[in-house]
Structure formats: C-alpha cells, structure tokens
Design a protein around this ligand. Structure first.
Ligand SMILES: NC(=O)c1ccc[n+]([C@@H]2O[C@H](COP(=O)([O-])OP(=O)(O)OC[C@H]3O[C@@H](n4cnc5c(N)ncnc54)[C@H](O)[C@@H]3O)[C@@H](O)[C@H]2O)c1
Length: 349
C-alpha cells in the first residue's frame, strides 16, 4: 500500500515535469519566431534612432505650443514649477495644480507677472478622483481644454522596505502611480477627441536601477514608465496623434530629501547639478521633438540598454556592490539622518 502511494506521488511529479517541459517547448516556439523577426525590429529601431537624431539636430519642423492649455501637477515648486515656467515661455496657458495652495498661488502669480499667458492656481490632491473631475470642469471653464498634461507630483521616500510606516508606503504609491492613472483617465478623452495633445509622465532613473534605497519609490516610477509605454501602444493602435512621453531624470537639486541623501552618500562630488530649470528644458524639447522616452541626461539611456542585456542577477550584484562602497559609518549616521528628512508635503490636507 505504502509502495503504491509512493509511486503515485512519483507519477504525479513526473506528469507535472512533463507538463512543464511541454509548456516551455510551446513558448520556445514563440521565442524562436521572435528571433526570426528580430532583424526587422533592428532595422525599425535604426530608422527610429535616425529619425530622433534628425529631430534633435533641429532638421524637422517643430510644433507650436502657443495657446495650448497645460496642466502640471505638483507645480507649486521644484521641477513642476520650472516646467510651468518653460511652457509659459512658449505661450502655453497654465493650470498650476498642487496640494500646497500657497505654493500653487506663488507659481501662478510669478507666471502671471512675467509672461503674457492665462494662469490659474488650483489646490488639488491628485489622489482624489472626484477632485480631479471637478478640476477638469474648472480648468475647462477658466482656460479651455487641457492638451498638455504633465504628471509631475510625487513624493520621494527613500528607504528600505521595512523602514517607512505602511501608510507612508501607500501614500507614495497613490501619489506617484495611482494619480497619473487617474489624471490620464480624466484628461485623455478630450485630447483623443481633439486628436492632439501630450501626456508627459515624470518617472525617474531610479525606475531602471534596482536599489533598496529607492525600493518602493523606484517601483512606483517603474510602474509609471510601464503605464506610459502601454498608453503609447494604445495610441499607436488607435492611430491617434496624441503623444505619451516618459521622462526619467537622474538626481535633481529640487527636493530637500534627495539633496540630503545625495550629500550623505557624497554623490554631489561626482554628479553634475541638475536643477529644475535645466530638466524642464529637456521636458519641453522632448515634447517639441516628439520623443517617446528620454533619460536626463540623454546618454544614460545607453547605460540602461547595456545593463538590460545582462541577466537580472548581474545588475543586482552590481547595484549591491555600488551600495556597499558607502562608508558604513555614513550609512549609520548621515545617511540614516538624511533618509528621515521631511519632504514638507502635508499628509492629509
Ligand atoms: N528630485 C529628484 O532627485 C528627482 C529625480 C528623478 C525624478 N524626480 C521626479 O521629478 C518630479 C518632481 O520632483 P521634485 O524634486 O521637483 O519634487 P518636489 O517635492 O520638489 O515637488 C513635488 C510637488 O508635488 C506636490 N504634491 C505632493 N503630493 C501631492 C498631491 N497629493 N497632490 C498634489 N500635489 C502634490 C508637492 O506639494 C510639491 O509641490 C517627481 O515626479 C519626482 O519623482 C525627482
């Protein structure tokens, strides 16, 4: 009896192994087919790269953004504010959206005083779908239909997974990832109807390089990259002229939390200062040149492509090695202190 049940276990296990082999064999055929069309994809990629360089060298006509209505989330300060100013210089009317009302008012006032465009400030929590629906109505009445949506609002909590409290992790996912999903749902239909417009999603280089310091933050930004890429396929399939663009900047000097961590890791000695103004210029150029996904600086995209050819285990070892170079004393003191910096964004207001 015991012998029979033993062999039954063995038979079940062999049957499962055979099933797995068959599944792998079936899917290997699809991989093989993909390898066969690979040369075609390479030709397509070369054409796309040449087209992009052609545009970057200024050889093709750029669209005019004058008179378009741009809505930028988190534009009360930092990169969002600088992007609003850069778009105002091109003649866009601006909806300045931020959870911190005084910051939104300040940006709107600055733009109104310096540029001849219409500007309004809106206090909105981008996590709240109802507030976004109301926002669409107010902006449409005040400025017109939104044709440029920049999803910039985010919080940057840097720490390993066991460190921040659960509500802070959930808050970060909701602001960084859920909010762009909701704003796209609210503002994209009109752009599709008009058959013009741009959805610009601010991701981060942290979405491409796994490291525990950017654990949930990096994952939320990787989700934003994926979301934008999927949206592009949808727009292409629908032959829509609306563009979806992903921006992946390196460390900026805009956020106090990030600045403290960069200083604690002594990265400021080897990194160039990327302030909001310069990154805003990359964003505006990406819109004008019809880019799909850019890194800031541009050349970092090649690092990602090289790393992407390696097995994940190799990248993870590399990142762990780089992290291990940090002086353990710094890790305990300065870095730990920097990771606790407050980002100044109110929790629930
Ligand atoms: N700072 C960096 O080093 C860095 C690097 C790569 C990518 N980024 C990305 O760039 C973007 C801007 O970064 P930053 O450094 O200018 O940030 P920041 O913290 O200076 O500004 C973020 C703004 O978003 C607003 N905001 C936060 N929660 C909100 C909410 N629920 N509703 C509405 N507004 C809200 C804040 O009030 C603030 O004005 C973010 O998407 C960030 O992830 C930043």
């Amino acid at each position: 009896m015991q012998l029979a049940s033993f062999s039954l276990v063995q038979i079940t296990s062999i049957a499962m192994s055979v099933r797995i082999i068959l599944i792998e064999a079936l899917y290997s055929i699809y991989v093989l087919l993909q390898i066969l069309v690979y040369p075609l994809l390479v030709v397509f990629a070369i054409v796309e790269v040449l087209k992009r360089w052609f545009r970057r060298l200024g050889c093709s006509r750029m669209p005019s953004l004058c008179g378009e209505v741009a809505l930028i989330t988190g534009s009360g300060r930092g990169l969002g504010r600088e992007t609003a100013i850069a778009l105002a210089k091109l003649g866009c009317h601006l909806a300045i959206v931020d959870i911190q009302e005084h910051l939104a008012n300040d940006t709107a006032q600055f733009i109104a005083e310096n540029y001849e465009v219409n500007t309004r400030a809106y206090k909105v929590d981008v996590r709240d779908y109802q507030q976004l629906l109301d926002l669409r109505e107010r902006v449409t009445n005040d400025l017109g239909d939104v044709t440029i949506l920049v999803n910039n609002a985010a919080i940057i909590t840097m720490s390993s997974i066991d460190d921040p409290p659960v509500h802070e992790i959930q808050r970060m996912i909701n602001i960084n990832f859920t909010a762009p999903v909701l704003t796209t749902k609210v503002f994209l239909p009109k752009m599709r109807e008009l058959n013009r417009g741009y959805v610009v999603n601010i991701s981060s280089l942290a979405s491409m390089y796994p490291h525990h310091t950017f654990n949930v933050y990096g994952a939320s930004k990787a989700a934003v990259r994926h979301l934008t890429s999927a949206l592009r396929t949808e727009l292409l399939e629908a032959k829509s002229a609306v563009k979806a663009i992903t921006i992946c900047p390196s460390f900026l000097t805009t956020n106090r939390r990030v600045n403290d961590v960069v200083k604690a890791l002594k990265l400021n000695r080897i990194l160039a200062d990327l302030d909001g103004e310069v990154v805003a210029q990359y964003i505006v150029e990406a819109i004008l040149r019809g880019e799909t996904e850019i890194t800031v600086p541009h050349c970092f995209i090649w690092l990602r492509r090289i790393v992407a050819t390696l097995p994940a285990a190799a990248t993870e070892r590399l990142m762990a090695f780089i992290g291990g170079l940090v002086d353990p004393k710094c890790r305990e003191n300065e870095l730990a202190q920097a990771l606790r910096t407050d980002d100044g964004v109110p929790f629930d207001s």
